[in-house]
Design a protein around this ligand. Structure first.
Ligand code: E4P
Length: 226
């Protein structure tokens, strides 16, 4: 299973890379806004840091021609750009043109139903992003949607990867892995939580305390030099 970081914060990206658990990045306009930096500069820095791992950059046009124009421009910013396109009628037309005619990898975002995921796969998306946390927030079962999409994609051998998005806690990651989702994209805090268990901390503290009781090695007798 691949771990993507859902962030535009450079320090978080560098830390995850240093840990060796960074298979890609997803961004969106809200995450970009939090950095307070011009988007092109920011995106190019991220692309360079993580290359050749994929970085999803989202279009903000809402009409087909605008999305295609923006997608073609974004794709020139690095070899590892994945263009992120929202699940709309215009978005699906743009996805087909960008993926099939131009060979650009597309991540279809804001997916909340299995039928939307089928459309994304048929349009030629490389990734589909179901937002499970936002479904949970409105009282629907986000993880059930992941199970449905994984099943359906297997039925038809779709090559689109299921990218579990809007991940809020470590259990989302565990469940996504159990269901066989290809990717989970998560905030930095969730990635850090994956390392943690209170019994690990408690066990390590006890081992280090006990180690202090282990006798030091006996001193070697001095041998006189001839
Ligand atoms: C995914 O690509 C999105 O950027 C992200 O996962 C949205 O998450 P949120 O619902 O926490 O904003």
């Amino acid at each position: 299973m691949k771990f993507f970081l859902d962030t535009a914060m450079i320090e978080e990206i560098k830390q995850a890379k240093a840990w060796g658990f960074l298979d890609g990045i997803t961004t969106n306009p809200s995450l970009a806004a939090k950095t307070g930096r011009p988007f092109e500069d920011l995106a190019k820095e991220i692309l360079k840091i993580v290359a050749p791992a994929p970085v999803s950059l989202e279009v903000v046009a809402t009409d087909v021609d605008g999305m295609i124009r923006e997608g073609l421009n974004l794709a020139q910013w690095g070899i590892n750009v994945v263009v992120k396109i929202p699940m709309t009628e215009a978005g699906m037309a743009a996805t087909q043109t960008l993926s099939q005619k131009h060979g650009i990898r597309i991540n279809v975002t804001l997916v909340f139903s299995a039928n939307q995921a089928i459309l994304a796969a048929k349009a030629g998306a490389s990734y589909v992003s179901p937002f499970i946390g936002r479904l949970d927030d409105v009282g629907q079962d986000g993880m059930k949607l992941i199970a449905e999409i994984v099943d359906i994609y297997k039925n038809y051998s779709f090559s689109t990867q299921v990218l579990v998005a809007s991940v809020r806690h470590p259990m989302h990651v565990t469940e996504a892995a159990r269901l066989g989702a290809h990717v989970a994209t998560m905030p930095f805090g969730v990635l850090r939580q994956l390392f943690k268990h209170p019994l690990t901390d408690k066990g390590l503290a006890a081992f280090l305390e006990d180690w202090k009781k282990v006798p030091a090695p006996a001193k070697q007798p001095q041998t006189s030099k001839v």
